[in-house]
Write a new protein. Sequence first.
Length: 94
Amino acid sequence: MAAFGWLTAIAESVHGTPADLQIMGHADAAPLPAGGVFQDNWSLAAARAAEAVRYLETKGVKPEQLTLGGRVSSGRDPEERAVTVRIHLADPAA
């Protein structure tokens, strides 16, 4: 996952601080393959966020600093889908 370098930098910047992070996984609304790993797009979005949270924890970010969630976009055209397959981090106090 190309984001690991970026997540490592985030972890280093918040490690030892009282900063809180909100990690949101995103997925599009395109149907998932039958019999796949994820039941639905909500599960996929949440799994993306959970993977980032777990990685941040391995880099020393305390669990109480992390909140995760998922969001599913209704976009179905290729351009919209390209930007919804992601995670984003935010300061929940901002």
